[in-house]
Design a protein around this ligand. Structure first.
Ligand SMILES: Cc1ncc(COP(=O)(O)O)c(C=O)c1O
Length: 477
């Protein structure tokens, strides 16, 4: 399968966006770590399925039966994608990874003396939910941002019996480092502890295998989001042992989660239904399944190889730019997904990101990426600076918000995309950008003076609007 084929599978790669001088440029999307575009096959599948769409599970009509079949088998497809043993494990559909971690934290029946071991590099979604229910201890990261596995082992030895779970990301959304999850699983299991892997950043870039349940390398719980894997239709996945979800009360209750209810008693049904209260997002589930089949067809190995080559290409070029600061390990790229955190010396990260957008037509992200402790660590911020910042931010001034710019790759990006990024960064370094940018102190963002496009009018939502289908996506997917 050629690379051109893969790029051709993506919706929106040729879309042009307005830039500072009134011209339009082909958009370069390098914010895939936040959310990926959709596969054409996903849209096509949804379009073809929609005439048959119906509410699921308790309808007797043909459409309901068909929708139920598709939605239920989407669970199976998601489980099989990570090689989960579906006799013992359940696949629960939620909204996204954040909701999955919140659900798991709620459903592990934790108390405040229980300890969750997580790490300094986590996205807040794999940190804050644990803080709500238990005591959290953090594995340190070294000066390069790698997990300190000796510290992990120390923590495990120290808290041993009280540890209820080790919760670690499969890959970092800041440095892209792929964590040694099997090594961590082995350590966890040798102490009788279970492991949860937040696979939000890993799932679309490497083959994830949770390994057999009896393996010492088994990943007990895993979560990921469809919108980061080319199916942005609102589904997330949590996979884990059925018995964990058979026990206790579901975190959200209502329709669909019971066998029978009396005025006095409630008898819960079994997972995953017990954990998917209310009418589920059928379209989102089907979209996810179709995206998984597409990823499988392309092959995760090919994706890893392509993104790896592109990452190498990007770093080779970026390292040559004198004014650039690159964070983390820029030499060992094997165990890293395509995430490139950087800053341009002397230029605020928010300004860099705005110039890239308004003048380059390039979509990146800036800030702390919902991983404040890790970003501050990589930026080497000291405690005094941090205290000063907190005061400033709490006083409504985000103009000194620390952060970085992040460019992140998807399976469809190409060298041309990287070249556009590099050229634009060079322009910024050489002070050759054209616009006048105004800082909004309250939000810490920069807007381009004179750029007055009304976004509501740009893509009107009124009923007659045919903006997207007619102008931008002429032939149906
Ligand atoms: C590592 C990691 N975990 C969790 C999340 C949260 O994912 P979602 O926003 O889909 O809930 C993200 C999102 O960027 C992430 O990068």
């Amino acid at each position: 399968m050629s690379f051109t084929y893969i790029r051709d599978q993506i919706i929106g790669v040729d879309v042009e966006v307005p830039t500072f001088d009134g011209t339009k440029r082909k958009y370069v999307y390098l914010d895939n770590a936040a959310s990926t575009p959709a596969f054409k096959s996903v849209l096509k599948c949804i379009q073809e399925f929609l005439p048959y769409y119906s509410g699921v599970h308790r309808g007797t009509g043909f459409k309901s039966l068909l929708s139920t079949e598709l939605f239920d088998s989407a669970h199976e497809i998601a489980g099989n994608f990570v090689n989960a043993n579906l006799s013992n494990n359940t696949v629960i559909f939620v909204k996204n990874t954040t909701e999955a971690v919140n659900k798991l934290a709620a459903r592990l029946c934790l108390n405040k003396d229980d300890i969750i071991v997580t790490t300094m590099m986590e996205h807040h979604s794999n940190d804050l939910p644990w803080r709500k229910y238990a005591k959290v201890v953090y594995v340190k990261t070294d000066s390069m941002g790698y997990l300190d596995l000796n510290h992990l082992e120390d923590l495990v030895r120290k808290y041993n019996q009280n540890i209820k779970l080790i919760a670690v990301s499969g890959a970092s959304n800041i440095t892209g480092y792929i964590n040694p999850i099997y090594q961590i699983a082995k350590l966890a299991h040798s102490y009788g502890i279970k492991i949860f892997v937040d696979a939000a950043q890993l799932i679309a870039h490497r083959k994830l295998d949770v390994k057999p349940d009896e393996s010492e390398e088994h990943i007990d719980f895993v979560a990921f989001s469809a919108h980061k894997m080319y199916a942005p239709f609102g589904t997330g996945v949590l996979i884990g042992p059925k018995k964990n979800f058979e026990a206790g009360d579901p975190d959200i209750v209502g329709g669909g989660v019971v066998e029978i209810v009396t005025l006095e008693e409630v008898y819960w049904t079994y997972p995953p239904f017990k954990e998917e209260a209310g009418s589920p997002n059928v379209i989102g589930g089907v979209a996810l399944a179709r995206a998984i089949l597409q990823l499988h067809e392309i092959s995760m190995e090919k994706i890893a190889q392509h993104e790896g080559n592109l990452l190498q290409y990007a770093y080779t070029k970026l390292k040559k730019i004198p004014g650039i600061e690159l964070y983390g390990d820029t030499n060992n790229l094997e165990n890293k997904v395509g995430v490139i955190p950087f800053n341009i010396k002397g230029i605020h990260h928010a300004l860099t990101a705005s110039i890239l957008s308004f003048e380059g037509g390039i979509g990146v992200r800036n800030g702390c990426f919902c991983a404040h402790p890790y970003v501050k660590h990589l930026l080497k911020l000291n405690q005094d600076e941090e205290i000063q910042l907190i005061t400033q931010i709490r006083n409504g001034d985000k103009s000194n918000l620390p952060g970085m710019v992040r460019a992140s790759l998807g399976c469809y990006n190409n060298e041309e995309d990287i070249d556009r990024l590099v050229q634009m960064i060079e322009k910024i370094v050489n002070n050759e950008y054209k616009g006048k940018y105004i800082l909004n102190q309250r939000t810490g963002t920069y807007t381009l003076q004179g750029f007055n496009i009304n976004l509501k009018e740009y893509f009107p939502l009124h009923p007659e609007s045919s903006f997207y289908m007619d102008k931008h996506y002429p032939e149906s997917a």
